[in-house]
Structure formats: structure tokens, C-alpha cells
Design a binder for this molecule. Structure first.
Ligand code: SF4
Length: 474
């Protein structure tokens, strides 16, 4: 059974003084946040600082450790946390620590190309439902096998971009040289294997860096190495069980990832209770297939592995059409299905609205809000957007279910203060809430109620053909 942390369990290991240092007014409120995964036990400073809580601290660390340990790569403010999972499925508990996505660069690129690609990886971003979707890490791959060349490339990266690094080489000399220049930035060392583990473990311990253990296709070896590392106190571990993508082997890869995650969460196997990494970039090692086929394959392998528990992915393709579906899919997986994404009800200004600007109204489902807002911006008009509380549902569903009513729209308008502020009072309600227009005219005397388009993408046309004339008449 998954180990879901209960607030009372956490409360039992807290100092219970309600001192407020964690930002919560009571220890119980803090315990509830830790159990929910939105606060970390380390925020209770007295627990960590005061020697009289020594035994409680030990228990607290045990009780709050998730079955999949969280591992931090990078240093504040440029760090990414992977793992930290408590459940198999997101309907059981909110998923935290979204799968981190790295894109590779190669150490034998010329300096300009290396920096250009790294900067492009760092700045790649697009907005969806109010969130900026971005890549998280840069994986520096060693193809030169030259410690000097690799260290020079690592140095250039650290001076030009702030994304955390993954240092990729099986040669400890290569990794060590790079750590002398970027070791203080806590890169992920990739990777320790059955052949180099002693040297790599020493480096990870010396530089206090997280380390990936790689044992493609040999789970006994993977567990054995994990056991050795844990035995020395090294627990900032990421597991790479291998990403096989040819023919039926992809199904086997999925099975292995699922089995490892199940063993960690449902059986409490601590030796596999670490973040898992997949390397969709291996599709480029396949001699068959053209470039486009490889990119498509890399994209769907990455999406599948993200679905099946990979906490970290290394990609080679850097085309928006390869990465965009991956980032959107990640956003969907890490959106709690039990909580509809919503925005705060209230009045939002678009452009520089004045006392003669029109007022658009909509519900507070986040997707609706951002689409409507974008479409008003596209219409190049200064306006107010009043967001009524539709309980996070779309306009059509909330109107049909009486969650969004004429009274709620009227209340939102009244509490916005626009009633007093505006000389021209023109309210545009969504086409999908057209049935509320009659009631609204009664509830909002002095307002001209217009029914907008059913689909917000038609707002620019509506503004040109209907609204501008109405605003002149009003
Ligand atoms: S800092 Fe710790 S002891 Fe103080 S209120 Fe928060 S949880 Fe309780």
C-alpha cells in the first residue's frame, strides 16, 4: 500500500510549541502542509537547531521521508528537485516535483555553438494556462574523452547559463576535472557503473554532488550498487535502469520502470526508493530511420517514460515540435485532477482601461480565463475582465449546473467597484451564458448587457463588428 503521510503522524514529531517560526500559526497547521507536500519539514527551524529535539528530529526525518527520496540538482536559486513521490497515481495525492527535462550539449562543439545552444535551451519557454513551461537542465556529454576539453566546456556553461548541469561521462578523470570548476554548483554526475563506481562514489562524496547509478538491463547490479552507496551514507542517488527503445524492448523498459516504482512505493524497498531517469536521446544511436523519424520517436518515448515514472529525462532533439507536447503533457500530469485549475475571482485590467472602457465577464476556470484574456488582447482593446466564481468550472458546465448564475455575475460586478467608476456601462457576457442576459438586465440597472461570441476566439471580430458601434451609441 502507498505510504500516505497523515498530519497527526507529522504533528507527533514536531516540537508542538506553536512558535510560528515556520510561518504557520500552529504546529498542526504546519503538519497538515507537510503531509500535503506543500511544506518541508526543514522549515521547522527549532526542530533542527535545538539539541533538546534531537530524538524527535531523527523520527521526523524517518516519518517524513517519501518512499522515493527527493534529490536536488544545482544550488539555489538555480536548482531542480526530482523524486519525492509518495504514491503511484496522481488521484491519490497531489504529484510534486515534475519530471525534469534536460537537453544535451556536446563537449567538442566550438565555443560559440556550445554557448548558443545552451542559451537557447535556457530561454526556451512558452505560456500555457498561466504557467511558463520551461526546460530544466543541460546535460553536458563528453565525446572527446579529454578531461581538459570537458572541464572547459563545463566552465563555459556555468559562466553563460544558470540551468543546473548533468555531467555525462563514464570516465572518472573526465568527471573529476569538470568538478574542479563546477563542483560547487552541485551538478548531477552521470554515471557510476559496475566498472567505475568506486572512483565515482569518491567524487560524489568529495564534492557533495548527486550521482546517477547506471546499470542498463541488470537490475540486480543496480540494486547492489545502490546498496553499496547507501551503506556509505550516499543517498543523493538517481537510478538509470536503461532506456531500450528498439522493437519490443520499449515495452520491457516501461515494465522495468513500473516495477521499480511499485517496489519503492508499495513494498517500501528502500534500495530502489530513488528518482528514476530515462534517456530518450538513445534513439539517436539507432542506425535505422531518418532524422525526422528519430525526433518523433524521441518525443513519444519521452512522453511514455514521463507517464511511467521517469523523474528525469535526457533529450537530444531541440525542436519546439518535439519538446512542446512533452512540456504540455508534463503540465497535465502534474496538475491535480481533484482540483480544477482556477484563477482568483475579481476584476482584471487588460491594457489601460478608462471610465469608458467595456467590461467582459467570464468564469474562473483557468483555461477559460487565459483564453479570454488572450483573445481580448488580440482584439487590441483596453478593457476590464470581471471573473466570477464558477468554482473552477468552464462557463458552459457551470451555467448548466447553476454554479455560475446571474447573481454571481452581478455580485462580481458590484464588488469590482466598476458600477461607480464607469461612465459607460457595457457588459459583455460569454455566448455560452446567453440565457443569463435577461436576469442580468434586471440585476444590473443602468448596464447595457451584450452577449458575446460562444467561442472567445471570435472576440476580435465581435469587437470590430458589434462592440465598437455599441460603445459609440451608449
Ligand atoms: S516552527 Fe516548528 S515548533 Fe514552531 S510552529 Fe512551526 S512547526 Fe511548530
Amino acid at each position: 500500500m502507498p505510504k500516505i503521510l497523515r498530519p497527526l503522524e507529522v504533528y507527533g514529531v514536531l516540537p508542538q510549541t506553536n512558535c510560528g517560526e515556520c510561518g504557520e500559526s500552529t504546529c498542526m497547521a504546519f503538519a497538515a502542509k507537510v503531509a500535503d507536500g506543500v511544506a518541508d519539514i526543514t522549515q521547522c527551524k527549532p526542530l533542527f537547531k535545538d539539541p533538546k529535539y534531537k530524538s524527535k528530529l531523527q523520527k521526523a526525518l524517518e516519518v517524513t521521508r517519501p518512499p522515493v527520496k527527493p534529490v536536488t540538482i544545482g544550488t539555489p536559486p538555480c536548482q531542480v528537485i526530482i523524486g519525492g513521490k509518495r504514491v503511484m497515481y496522481r488521484h491519490e495525492l497531489t504529484y510534486h516535483n515534475p519530471t525534469a527535462i534536460a537537453v544535451d550539449v556536446i563537449d567538442d562543439m566550438d565555443a560559440d555553438s556550445l554557448i548558443k545552444r545552451a542559451k537557447a535551451i535556457e530561454s526556451y519557454s512558452f505560456e500555457r494556462i498561466g504557467q511558463q513551461l520551461k526546460l530544466n537542465l543541460i546535460a553536458l556529454r563528453c565525446v572527446s574523452d579529454s578531461p581538459e576539453k570537458f572541464a572547459k566546456a563545463a566552465d563555459m556553461l556555468s559562466k553563460n547559463v544558470s540551468l543546473p548541469l548533468i555531467l555525462c561521462s563514464y570516465n572518472p578523470d573526465v568527471i573529476e576535472e569538470a568538478l574542479t570548476v563546477v563542483g560547487d554548483k552541485r551538478p548531477l554526475i552521470y554515471a557510476a557503473t559496475k566498472d567505475n563506481w568506486k572512483e565515482m562514489l569518491d567524487l560524489a562524496s568529495k564534492y557533495k554532488c548527486p550521482i546517477a547509478i547506471s546499470s542498463p538491463g541488470n537490475l540486480d547490479m543496480l540494486k547492489s550498487l545502490a546498496s553499496t552507496f547507501v551503506g556509505t551514507g550516499m543517498e543523493d542517488i538517481v537510478l538509470d535502469p536503461g532506456t531500450f527503445v528498439r522493437g519490443d524492448s520499449l515495452a520491457e523498459t516501461i515494465n522495468i520502470f513500473t516495477m521499480l516504482r511499485r517496489a519503492a512505493i508499495e513494498k517500501g524497498d528502500k534500495l530502489v526508493g530513488f528518482p528514476l531517469m530515462a534517456v530518450p536521446a538513445v534513439v539517436w544511436m539507432d542506425p535505422e530511420g531518418d532524422e525526422v523519424e528519430k525526433k518523433m520517436k524521441e518525443s513519444y518515448v519521452a512522453s511514455i517514460m514521463m507517464t511511467r515514472y521517469a523523474d528525469l529525462l535526457i533529450m537530444h532533439s531541440f525542436d519546439p515540435w518535439v519538446l512542446m507536447p512533452l512540456l504540455v503533457w508534463r503540465q497535465n500530469i502534474y496538475t491535480d485532477p481533484r482540483v480544477p485549475p482556477s484563477v482568483k475571482p475579481g476584476v482584471y485590467e487588460i491594457g489601460k482601461p478608462t471610465d469608458v472602457s467595456p467590461v467582459f465577464a467570464t468564469g474562473n476556470f483557468a483555461l477559460t480565463y487565459f483564453l479570454v484574456r488572450g483573445d481580448i488582447e488580440n482584439a487590441k482593446i483596453d478593457a476590464y475582465l470581471v471573473v466570477a466564481d464558477s468554482e473552477g468550472l468552464s462557463v458552459e458546465s457551470s451555467v448548466a449546473g447553476r454554479r455560475l448564475t446571474a447573481e454571481k455575475f452581478a455580485e462580481a460586478i458590484k464588488s469590482s467597484g466598476l458600477d461607480q467608476k464607469l461612465k459607460k456601462k457595457v457588459l459583455i457576457i460569454p455566448g455560452r451564458a446567453a440565457r443569463l442576459s435577461g436576469e442580468l438586465e434586471e440585476l444590473l440597472p443602468g448596464w447595457k448587457i451584450l452577449v458575446g461570441p460562444r467561442d472567445s476566439s471570435a472576440i476580435p471580430e465581435f469587437v470590430e463588428k458589434v462592440l465598437k458601434k455599441e460603445m459609440e451609441l451608449t
